[in-house]
Design a protein around this ligand. Structure first.
Ligand SMILES: *Cc1c(COP(=O)(O)O)cnc(C)c1O
Ligand code: SF4
Length: 340
């Protein structure tokens, strides 16, 4: 486990901006790199995601909470922004902190783990709001909890809200795959009654899908839990077509469905990792031409001020004439579709 810059210099030769990084100011996020990720630091795509830079300190754009989750929280840890789904922030801890983290207002900020009474309070809120069909267990990373605490939490949610779908959101399959041992999978299996679980992973680069990571995901698949992946579009990490195509293909080979490709949020401290939307749209068009529908993630932007997620895509519908819609095909040909 790496927790400070001096330790880091034993793994990699630090760049000037990495040496100058300071854990101070409001946009701070602790330095924490798991042993598993430490072994991958020689890859630039990994280094950019986990090694802090002074560019974080110098960023003055954006805020710490662009989604205004705080305003949309009905209790400290439950974000109820969409009427039919909610996100429960299980803990502020992760096994490794991603420098692009969009929840910097919360992550690694010592809020700690949800107590049993906070879990019970959230569970009864969800039970009482019957319009909530899905709950995201997120954070932070829920799998930083001990086996016993996880078991208790899942038990409470499943007992109170048996017909709600729970998404198990975790980056730990990538950052600490050894966490997913038989004992932990046994706890998940035991709590699988009622509505199904879905596993939501975050892999941003094919390098992250190591053998160990693939095996960790496989553990969920064997329990009948489908896996979906969310990728953040990151400058210098995956902002090129070849990398994203390879990532999608590798995800599919491991039975993980590419779900979202996120445009970077306006989080203070992350500007140096953001890709212009114009380039993102170009990438979206180009990878769509190479990927199947199964392999294609939805390019998505989470709008500022709690506007919510909207899908971004190249527009194939270019006009309407005499009751006919006019399309431009991916090959650049024009087609008319007379509407009924
Ligand atoms: C992203 C998000 C969800 C889930 O959105 P989907 O589009 O269904 O994946 C739910 N709640 C919050 C607060 C979110 O940010
Ligand atoms: S794992 Fe998720 S919550 Fe934790 S630092 Fe990375 S993006 Fe943020």
């Amino acid at each position: 486990m790496i927790t400070n810059i001096d330790q880091l210099s034993e793994y990699i030769q630090l760049h000037e901006d990495e040496k100058r990084w300071k854990e101070d100011g409001e946009n701070t996020l602790p330095l924490l790199i798991s042993d598993h990720i430490a072994k991958l630091l020689s890859y630039d795509a990994i280094r950019k995601q986990f090694v802090p830079s002074s560019k974080e300190n110098e960023d003055t754009v954006g805020t710490l909470d662009p989604q205004e989750e705080k305003e949309n929280s009905c209790m400290g840890r439950l974000v109820h922004r969409y009427h039919n789904r909610a996100a429960f922030l299980v803990t502020d801890r992760c096994f490794a902190y991603c420098r692009h983290c969009f929840r910097r207002r919360f992550t690694g900020k010592l809020a700690g783990e949800a107590s049993e009474s906070e879990i019970r309070e959230a569970a009864s809120y969800i039970r009482d709001h019957r319009e909530i069909k899905e709950v995201l267990l997120t954070g932070g990373d829920m799998f930083t909890l001990s086996d016993a605490h996880l078991d208790r939490m899942l038990g409470i949610f499943k007992e109170e809200c048996p017909s709600v779908i729970f998404r198990l959101c975790t980056r730990a399959v990538a950052t600490n795959p050894a966490r997913f041992d038989d004992r932990l999978l046994g706890i998940i299996e035991k709590n699988q009654k009622g509505a199904p679980f879905f596993l939501m992973t975050q892999f941003n680069h094919p390098i992250e899908i190591t053998e160990e990571a693939a095996r960790a995901v496989e553990g969920f698949l064997r329990l009948g839990i489908p896996a979906f992946n969310q990728t953040v579009l990151l400058k210098g990490v995956n902002d090129d077509e070849a990398t994203l195509i390879e990532l999608s293909e590798k995800l599919l080979m491991n039975r993980i469905k590419p779900y979202y490709l996120f445009q970077g949020d306006l989080v203070k401290g992350t500007r140096h990792l953001r890709v212009p939307v114009e380039r993102g749209l170009e990438i979206e068009k180009n990878i769509r031409a190479e990927l199947s529908g199964l392999g294609m993630p939805q390019y998505t932007i989470d709008l500022p001020e709690g506007g919510g997620k909207v899908i971004l895509t190249h527009d194939y519908l270019i006009g309407k004439e005499d009751g006919s819609y006019i399309f431009e095909t991916p090959e650049g040909k024009i087609r008319h579709y007379p509407d009924v």
